[in-house]
Write a protein that binds this ligand. Structure first.
Ligand code: MG
Length: 421
């Protein structure tokens, strides 16, 4: 609170007037301190991108304004192809008020309905811009993003580590598990699918042989042995198998009491996912490749998943993720977002996770690239004992260290340089 507003408040609440009769004066003082006339007047002047390859491709987006402020967002996975799409959005965005975030993203989306705005790369490109607009709005208004999303329900966000410790034949698996444990994580995830499994009968057919099922179950048992039972264990099949295999695996891993089994079949056929869910006591999670509320609507309506996992840097942005989570909450379904991005996108995800009631756990996937993770933002390491504490700084609350981040720049791509169009 600035000096002026504090003086107004003191005047309004001082002396005998304090009590219920002082409320109108107090309200007037608050109004004068936060008058809409004090709202920053901003216009978008440019939108620029930079590309980083860490866990796959990440597209970083900056939205610039006439007041010198800029917002920074990050998009991933289906961000391939995002830079030229964002360049197209740029022509519409220049001159607009960046604080009308939902209006701008809805306009871009509805303008693109014949260009693929129902999902995929188009929506992920919007996502990068949307997140940059939230960072910008927070900076302009002097508030952390979680405050703009409704306030925080929790101060810190629980992470799970994509541990990559599942292979019993990996001589370094135990050492890797010790590292994960020493970092204090209370949840881990392993991958069990393996397209190179020599026990596969066929490189295309997606029915796992008995030997493949045995190998997958052995990985789960090994991970359960590496981590204490109080550490939650999630298992990912990456949607690579058919219904028969999905049902068999869900049944086979029931004794391990998993946090969840992720995408035993692809998420596109909601009825197939529901049939697996109904066949087992193992919780089923899906949704890292679904977009917008529309992508999650039938999953929820048909009770196809126990847990959903929108990728906040991909599925439509921070507010869209909040809307997806709110929709899930009406079905009592928790949210465990997919997240493979840098500390900037991860912290952006944390603001959503802080603001929703049904947050379960957030992914962290950078253990093979710790030096880059720890140097990527000026704030340094943001994880403490498996949790991220929300910063009170305006916007997302972390700033890219460009010298460190450029070490992972995709060669021959622009680095927040102006386009000629
Ligand atoms: Mg996955």
């Amino acid at each position: 609170m600035n000096t002026l507003s504090r003086r107004h408040l003191l005047r309004a609440t001082s002396g005998a007037a304090v009590g219920i009769f002082s409320l109108p004066a107090l309200a007037a003082a608050v109004q004068s301190a936060t008058s809409p006339y004090r709202r920053p007047k901003l216009k978008i002047t440019d939108v620029r991108t930079a590309q980083v390859r860490a866990h796959g491709l990440q597209v970083h987006v900056r939205v610039y304004t006439d007041q010198g402020l800029f917002g920074h967002g990050e998009a991933t996975d289906s961000a391939v192809g995002a830079p030229p799409l964002i360049d197209g959005f740029r022509r519409f965005l220049i001159g607009q008020d960046p604080l009308n975030i939902d209006l701008l993203t809805e306009r871009i989306r509805t303008m693109g309905i014949f260009a693929g705005a129902q999902g995929g790369q188009y929506v992920t490109a919007i996502t990068g811009v949307e997140i940059a607009l939230w960072d910008l709005a927070g900076k302009a208004l002097g508030l952390p993003v979680y405050q703009l999303l409704g306030g925080k329900m929790r101060d810190r966000i629980r992470l799970y580590c994509d541990a990559q410790t599942e292979d019993p034949d990996d001589p370094n698996a135990r050492e890797k598990a010790e590292q994960v444990k020493s970092m204090g994580f209370t949840a881990v995830k392993i991958d069990v699918d393996d397209l190179r499994d020599p026990n596969r009968w066929d490189p295309v057919n997606t029915t796992a042989s008995n030997a493949e099922i045995d190998r997958m179950v052995r990985k789960v048992a090994f991970a359960r042995e590496l981590f204490p039972s109080r550490v939650d264990l999630a298992v990912d099949m990456h949607g690579r198998y058919d219904m028969t295999t999905g049902k068999r695996m869900a049944k086979e891993v029931e004794p391990f009491k998993l946090l969840y089994l992720e995408e035993p079949v692809p998420a596109e056929n909601v009825d197939a996912m529901r049939d697996i869910r109904e066949s087992t006591s193992t919780p089923i999670c899906c949704g890292e490749n679904l977009f917008l509320r529309h992508g999650f609507r039938t999953v929820l309506e048909k009770r196809a998943a126990d847990i959903i996992m929108p990728d906040i840097q991909k599925c439509g942005g921070l507010l869209e993720s909040r809307k997806i989570a709110d929709m899930a909450h009406t079905y009592y379904v928790p949210v465990a977002p997919h997240c493979v991005v840098s500390p900037i996108g991860t912290m952006a995800s944390c603001h959503v996770c802080a603001a929703i009631p049904n947050f379960l756990v957030l992914e962290w996937h950078w253990i093979p690239r710790l030096p880059l993770w720890r140097s990527f933002v000026k704030e340094g390491e943001i994880i403490d004992k498996g949790f991220i504490t929300l910063p009170d700084r305006p916007g997302i609350g972390v700033e890219m260290d460009e010298e460190a981040a450029r070490k992972a720049q995709v060669p021959n791509t622009p680095w927040f340089e102006p386009t000629r169009s």
